[in-house]
Unconditional design. Structure first.
Length: 114
């Protein structure tokens, strides 16, 4: 069973920055994609993801403000979030995707105060 452990969330003022980390229990290169999602009513919306080949994708609100990166030696994926806005608040989930299915972390709270 893959384990994904998120850290780095918390409370930050609007305009501030946070870096989320997701540590995987196995090689992140075993997955087609590693990504970050934010919980919305009834669904989880993609924020950013990175493919095994290094291609990155961002949701429109994240473009230019957020950066997804990884450290293969640490089996960790990061989400650097700059210029945070109140609408960025929510629970963020780390996701690891491969053909056999999706794996999720436990979620971490990000709260942006205006």
């Amino acid at each position: 069973q893959v384990q994904l452990v998120e850290s780095g969330g918390g409370l930050v003022q609007a305009g501030g920055s946070l870096t989320l980390s997701c540590a995987a229990s196995e090689s992140i290169f075993d997955f087609n994609y590693m990504g970050w999602y934010r919980q919305a009513p009834g669904q989880r919306d993609l924020v950013a993801r990175i493919s095994v080949g290094g291609t990155t994708n961002y949701a429109d609100p994240a473009k230019g403000r957020f950066t997804i990166s990884r450290d293969g030696g640490l089996n960790t994926v990061y989400l650097r979030m700059n210029d945070l806005r109140s609408e960025d608040s929510g629970v963020y989930y780390c996701n690891a995707n491969r053909l056999s299915g999706n794996h999720w972390g436990q979620g971490i709270q990000v709260t942006v105060s205006s």
